[in-house]
Design a protein around this ligand. Structure first.
Ligand code: AMP
Ligand code: GLY
Length: 433
């Protein structure tokens, strides 16, 4: 079969790596892709077709006789890519626009959770700036302020002081920092506890939970500094015990699938629950409608089988009869370290030559390397081209070994202004020790 992957980051290179290695795949297309995807066998990238170019993607899928489209990022799903492809008779792994509201509107998701008693933080919705400010007098600090719509991961602020909360509300509601996405805001109770990413594959009726993972959002060690898209991940998350997993399945995952079904949404794709494990039990902080980045990268070595039959079965609503025994879990933990451009998530420079990848490939064949923000310059040299540049993933018999191996590879890779967190996976080490 022919498969099209939409997107061009580390997550999409990881997906492309898995799909390109599937014996059932004749051709893999990735739009826009990246230099890492371009080097995979039987794979062609289409850098001119961006992930938000719905018409271009539809035309590509039709012209190239694509059988299955796997959508990486949320924005094209929220914009309605899946239904356009369905109309053309093409199977899609990724929900339609209504299903994608789970991520595309935090208020819609909140209301759905409330209606179905899915545990989440208490919150209030505001359209009016003055009312939102008045509400601050009635709630304890800190509060969490969330723009309703997609805001490229920047729409959430934990405000510890009243002045800060007011400044954030002003920026979102009066200055329209996120445009329409900030027309409405949620002011949410502040919760505390460890966070965990729980992902499950869904075909509208049946759920297949994936191994848990832990993201590292802050840019510096010890979770200091501003939030990023993700500085690293490990898999599985030791805090996510089998008992907790059963609890989450029962109280969160099964009810959300049921809730979507009741809304007449035929949800086919990933349900990603960002959870906080509070003293009172797990609470949903957010739902996403796609694989986590970099959680997915950490998951790759953990699920060594062929993913294409699974993605295809979910896209076609056939998970119930899918033989999940085909996906045997490799029990060894994995650690993914993200190499970034110094300055990210603020301003940073790009265009710096990247060296050392060949050395890693030649001397550490067990280590996975995925490209995120890389490009080829005119001379064909690999250069930095984004905030998150590369992902290095290693497995080990325990977290200490996986960490050591990942950082050994990281030290072989060089570019100007390179930044990495040095503590990815350390929490897992502490917890599993
Ligand atoms: P989100 O984009 O909703 O995952 O939020 C980004 C980050 O903000 C989360 O990973 C949490 O660290 C934090 N956060 C979100 N909601 C809450 C909350 N209700 N209480 C405390 N922290 C939160
Ligand atoms: N790693 C967080 C996310 O993908 O949203």
């Amino acid at each position: 079969m022919n498969v099209l992957i939409v997107g061009g980051g580390g997550r999409e290179h990881a997906l492309a790596y898995k799909v390109a290695s599937s014996p059932v795949v004749e051709r893999l297309l990735v739009a826009p892709g990246n230099p890492g995807c371009a080097s995979l066998e039987r794979t062609q990238v289409f850098p001119q077709i961006k992930a938000d170019d719905l018409a271009g993607l539809l035309e590509l899928a039709r012209n190239e006789r694509v059988d299955l489209v796997v959508v990486g990022p949320e924005a094209p799903l929220v914009a309605g890519l899946a239904e356009r492809l369905h109309d053309a008779g093409i199977a899609v792994f990724g929900p339609d626009a209504r299903g994608a509201m789970l991520e595309g509107s935090k208020i819609w998701a909140k209301e759905l959770m409330r209606k179905h008693a899915i545990p989440t933080a208490e919150s209030r919705t505001f359209e009016d700036y003055e009312r939102a400010v008045q509400y601050l007098d009635h709630v304890p600090l800190p509060v969490v302020i969330k723009a309703d719509g997609l805001a490229a991961g920047k729409g959430v602020t934990v405000a510890r002081e009243r002045d800060q909360a007011i400044a954030v509300l002003r920026r979102i509601m009066l200055d329209k920092a996120f445009g329409e996405a900030g027309r409405r805001v949620l002011i949410e109770d502040f919760l505390s506890g460890p966070e965990v990413s729980v992902l499950a594959i869904c075909d509208g009726k049946t759920l297949l939970p994936l191994p848990s993972a832990q993201d590292h959002k802050a840019v510096y060690d010890d979770d200091r500094g501003p939030n990023t898209g993700g500085m690293g991940a490990y898999c599985p998350a030791p805090v996510y015990t089998p008992a907790l997993a059963r609890d989450v399945d029962e109280k969160i995952l099964v009810p959300i699938v049921h809730a979507l079904h009741r809304e007449q949404i035929d949800y086919r794709g990933v349900i990603y629950a960002g959870l906080m494990l509070t003293k009172n039990g797990p609470r949903v902080l957010e739902f996403n409608v796609r694989f986590g980045d970099p959680e997915l990268q950490a998951l790759v070595p953990r699920l060594p089988g062929d993913w294409v039959p699974l993605l295809h079965a979910a896209a076609e609503g056939r998970l119930e009869t899918f033989d999940s025994g085909a996906l045997v879990e490799d029990q060894r933990p994995s650690v993914c370290v993200v190499l970034t451009s110094g300055g990210y998530p603020g301003d940073y420079r790009t265009g710096y030559e990247i060296t050392g990848l060949d050395d890693v490939a030649a001397t550490m064949p067990d280590v996975l390397l995925f490209h995120a923000g890389t490009a080829r310059d005119e001379a064909g040299k690999l250069v930095t081209a984004g905030g998150r540049v590369l992902n290095v993933i290693a497995q080990g018999n325990d977290f200490a070994a996986a960490r050591a191996r990942a950082y050994e590879a990281v030290e072989k890779i060089h570019f100007t202004d390179r930044h990495v967190r040095t503590d990815i996976g350390r929490k897992a080490l502490d917890l599993s020790a």
